[in-house]
Design a protein around this ligand. Structure first.
Ligand code: ADP
Ligand code: MG
Length: 698
């Protein structure tokens, strides 16, 4: 049997393979491109392409593809085989540097939000050498960025790379001020914890709502849900264990550092966390992980649900984005250091994050906004829609001491004079485990917890990196001019704490009182839904900041806003249409059949003996008949509000109509159907119940 270390990364054209298969010169040039972004010479590209092809063919690959992440939020690929005819009637396997570096897929069917005129359908993909190529099935996948011919980004990777560069540039300026001249680059790292549900394929196939929308649109509350708290970290069932083992193996072969797995709070819910890596690689890996989770599930007769809220009444699924910044010399900038200088530097980076989160609450909120995630945020199971930061008691006390020039009464009783005194040691192991905060400091990283389970993590990290780059830039602009660096530093940190402490909240984020305090006293934003927040992407302050750092052009931002709102509208309309169809063609007829059975039973009883009681049949028939009438009415009303959307002038007003009218009508239709489910014999109900689905995998 092959052991893990021998097959880890076996399907990846990683550094080990490069070193072994490239000449020393070619390897050195490629490394320079990877590490420092140097231009790649075409002769080098040709040599890399040839080595990649030989390696891929030796591993059974027949095709290659530029693998990219269009704005649909999933990945895209178009396969080309390596074959090229040879004069003798056979084929040779061919792959050039040009084909490696650039592809030209027809981009016309990808959303562009108006970025690409219809006559210019072509887009191009450009190799991202910082993310290793890998083999999936029989295809060599080359991670690429995707742009229009005009050069506008049509994908999520391009702005992500730009945001990492923006942060790198500003962080280096700050490090220089602290005398760090050896650091060549600062990168952000991410470890995304991924939640998901597993149900049997058999049940999934019977539910049009799951097949069309990824979530159940109907379903009465089961007798047992998550109230016993018996699933979280519970013993993993054999079938799930087999799935996880297979999944891990597939991920490991792709060099994905799958590390932690456990049962989550809801029945049938699980989590997988990898070891963190550089943000763009973590993003590629998370996209791959989601894809492979679904593929492996199929092999086990299961379906992996990545929707944020597949089942009403039990927890939904999110993704925790653990984020930090580190230098190429291995220093985590969010880790409190050993010396006064390191501590001051840490505090400045910490302040940069605090400022960023406060100033750009709206961007962080909208970076995770989707129709699916709207069902989670603020629903007492996931963080609220209000963005705030949790720092923990110790760090909070340090900041208070700095703010007020008072002694810090921690374990060591130190007067906090930055750059002179040593910060008290943080006991990292005891960082409070506040689970209700949307943005929690966890000792040496921040955990952004608002992401939905199906979201690409690119969006959240683009906004986070950019906003932090902006605060670092403001600091650098003023500190570079300061005569007395230490005094200016102290002042900057103190001012940040004073100006932005409203964003810090260490209490229970699920508490209604907090939402009241946050919005009424602190003036924090509470954008409950996607239509509430998304248009703010185009607020002047946001456009100014994102364009100033070269992360997005204004046109790219407009296109993102348009696409995200369109996506919201389409998602809900598909759900509404699915509900209408299910209600009219399956649910109502099923109830009617059961009514008939009850009526026939009553009639048969009466025929047998007039005095036999039939109140059960009569009462149930009455209730169910009233419900089928309600269902017919509600289905019609829902159809009507959906049709009326055609009158809306633009996507923003359409999204408001959906938020205010369509979702409400969907809830009304669902309520009637769910009640009918509780009165109808199971044999007649056309779908597996919540209880069946949530407790089916053993
Ligand atoms: P918990 O569930 O307690 O929050 P997990 O161990 O499940 O913690 O997940 C923590 C995640 O944070 C992992 O993916 C881990 O690799 C990641 N992580 C740890 N240190 C860092 C760091 N410095 N930067 C980014 N991510 C980190
Ligand atoms: Mg976590």
């Amino acid at each position: 049997m092959k052991t893990l270390p021998t097959y880890f990364g076996s399907l990846v054209f990683d550094d080990r393979v490069m070193k072994a298969n490239l000449s020393a010169d070619v390897y050195r040039s490629l490394k320079k491109t990877i590490d420092e972004g140097a231009q790649l010479d075409i002769t080098v590209a040709n040599a890399v392409a040839a080595a990649m092809k030989d390696w891929a063919v030796a591993h059974g690959a027949t095709h290659y593809t530029h693998w990219f992440q269009p704005l649909t939020g999933i990945t895209a690929e178009k396969h080309d085989s390596f074959i090229s005819p040879s004069p003798d009637g056979g084929v040779i396997m061919d792959f050039s540097g040009k084909e490696l570096i650039k592809g030209e897929p027809d981009a016309s069917s990808f959303p562009s939000g108006g970025l690409r005129a219809t006559f210019e359908a072509r887009g191009y993909t450009a190799w991202d050498p910082t993310s290793y190529a890998f083999i999936k099935g029989k295809t060599l996948c080359i991670p690429t960025a995707f742009c229009s011919y005009g050069g506008e980004a049509l994908d999520k990777k391009t702005p992500l790379l730009r945001s990492m560069e923006a942060l790198n540039k500003q962080a280096l300026r700050i490090l220089k001020l602290f005398g760090n001249d050896t650091v060549k680059c600062v990168r952000t790292s991410v470890g995304p914890e991924q939640e998901y549900f597993l149900i049997t394929k058999e049940m999934y196939d019977q539910r049009p709502d799951l097949r069309f929308t990824g979530r159940t649109l109907f379903g009465a509350k089961p007798p047992k849900g998550q109230e016993m708290d018996d699933h979280y970290f519970g013993v993993i069932k054999p079938r799930v264990e087999a799935y996880m083992a297979d999944l891990n193996e597939e991920l490991w072969k792709l060099g994905i550092l799958a590390k932690t797995e456990h049962n989550e709070v809801a029945p049938a819910q699980h989590e997988l966390a990898p070891i963190y890596s550089t943000t763009n690689i973590a993003t590629d890996h998370n996209q791959l992980t989601m894809e492979i989770m679904q593929k492996v599930a199929e092999k086990h007769g299961l379906v992996c649900l990545l929707h944020e809220k597949p089942f009403a009444g039990v927890n939904g699924s999110g993704k925790h984005n653990n984020w930090s910044m580190a230098t190429d010399t291995g220093v985590n900038l969010l880790s409190p250091g050993e010396t006064p200088y390191e501590n001051a530097q840490f505090l400045l980076f910490l302040c940069a994050v605090i400022t960023a989160v406060d100033d750009y609450q709206d961007l962080l909120r909208l970076s995770v906004a989707t129709a699916g995630n709207d069902h989670r945020l603020g629903a007492n199971e996931a963080p609220p829609a209000v963005v705030s930061i949790f720092l923990g008691d110790e760090l909070n006390a340090v900041l208070e001491a700095i703010e007020n020039d008072t002694p810090y009464n921690g374990t060591e009783k130190t007067q906090m004079k930055l750059g002179v005194d040593v910060l008290p040691k943080f006991n990292r192991d005891t960082t409070d485990r506040n689970r209700t905060s949307p943005f929690a400091f966890t000792g040496n990283k921040f955990e952004f917890r608002m992401l939905g389970s199906s979201n690409s993590i690119a969006c959240a990290n683009i906004m986070l990196n950019s906003a932090v780059a902006e605060s670092l830039k403001t600091y650098a602009d003023s500190l570079e001019k300061a005569d007395d660096f230490e005094a200016a530093l102290h002042e900057t940190i103190q001012k940040t704490i004073k100006d932005h402490k409203r964003i810090i909240f260490n209490g229970n984020g699920y508490d209604d009182a907090w939402i009241k305090e946050a919005t009424e006293k602190r003036g924090l934003l509470n954008y409950r839904t996607t239509p509430d927040c998304m248009p703010h992407l185009l607020d002047k302050k946001n456009v100014d900041m994102l364009t100033a750092h070269g992360v997005y052009s204004e046109a790219e931002l407009q296109s993102r806003c348009e696409i995200m709102l369109e996506n919201y509208c389409k998602t809900v309309v598909i759900e509404a249409n699915t509900m209408v169809e299910m209600a009219k063609t399956q649910i109502a007829p099923a109830i009617e059949s059961y009514i008939l059975e009850l009526a026939q039973t009553a009639a048969a009883k009466k025929a047998l003996d007039q005095s036999l009681p039939c109140s059960y049949e009569t009462e149930t028939v009455k209730k169910l008949s009233a419900l089928t009438d309600t269902i017919a009415v509600k289905a019609k009303e829902l159809e009507d509000v959906v049709s009326s959307l055609a009158d809306k002038a633009d996507v923003v007003s359409e999204s408001y109509a959906i938020r205010d009218n369509v979702l409400a009508k969907m809830n009304e239709l669902r309520a009637a159907c769910d009640e009918a489910e509780t009165l109808t014999a199971k044999d007649y109900w056309p779908y597996p119940s919540y209880g069946d689905m949530l407790f089916s995998v053993r």
